[in-house]
Ligand binder design. Structure first.
Ligand SMILES: [Zn+2]
Length: 231
């Protein structure tokens, strides 16, 4: 996804009675990745990992949604420990490859609890977090919100049961953590015209304001969220 200036400007619902009162883009720093990684390449993977000198910027963003019934997150960003703690990735080969594939620009001030505080919120205000997919740069804040229900697509959750999910940068150590309240969901077809062309939808709050759609590709169980306000 490409983040545009328009998207990072907070949108306020001007009409009273809107389910979604505001939407903010939050940042957990940024990274660099090889151009070949981002856009694809005919070159062998091992060639560009070790030989490419072309790096592109990768913003690591997530979203804070102020719904009238409480605050939600869409994704939780990256854990600063990935840059500071050599043991963040448990496998030796993973640690080695990570440093060839990504350069991280993230510090402790980018931790989820601190980012929420600068937005006037406490971690305990978050009731729900929707996780688009299980890559490490989307689940890095879940340890700070043990009270929150963590919604994830059931197909994405199933990736954890496959051999070596860490080869796909899905790190079980940082997903299956004590107290995390994961809720894998399935999509259901409805008479909402929005579901045309999709296998189904998932209505997060039951008021049609936040609709999850299956959008596999980046990972087998990736999902997207559509925010809807009147008008
Ligand atoms: Zn990803």
């Amino acid at each position: 996804m490409v983040i545009t200036e328009e998207m990072i400007t907070p949108k306020k619902a001007t009409e009273t009675g809107q389910a979604i009162r505001s939407l903010h883009v939050l940042s957990s720093g940024w990274a660099e990745q090889h151009r070949e990684h981002r856009y694809g390449s005919w070159l062998p993977k091992l060639w560009w990992i070790f030989m490419s000198r072309r790096w592109v910027k990768l913003p690591i963003n997530y979203f804070l949604i102020d719904h009238r019934e409480g605050s939600l997150l869409f994704d939780t960003g990256l854990d600063p420990a990935i840059a500071a703690d050599k043991g963040y990735i448990s496998s030796q080969i993973g640690q080695f490859l990570l440093r060839w594939i990504f350069r991280f620009h993230i510090t402790e001030k980018d931790r989820l609890d601190r980012v929420l505080a600068t937005n006037g919120l406490s971690v305990s205000d978050i009731r729900t977090a929707v996780i688009s997919h299980l890559h490490f740069d989307h689940v890095g804040g879940i340890a700070h919100i043990p009270q929150a229900t963590l919604i994830v697509g059931a197909r994405e959750w199933a990736q954890l049961s496959k051999p070596h999910p860490e080869h796909e940068w899905i790190l079980r150590d940082h997903i299956e953590i004590p107290r995390a309240k994961w809720q894998p969901i399935t999509f259901e077809s409805t008479d909402d015209p929005l579901s045309d062309g999709f296998e189904g939808i998932f209505d997060v709050a039951g008021d049609s304001s936040m609709i999850l759609l299956p959008t596999p590709g980046h990972t087998p169980g990736s999902l997207s969220m559509l925010i809807r306000n009147k008008g």
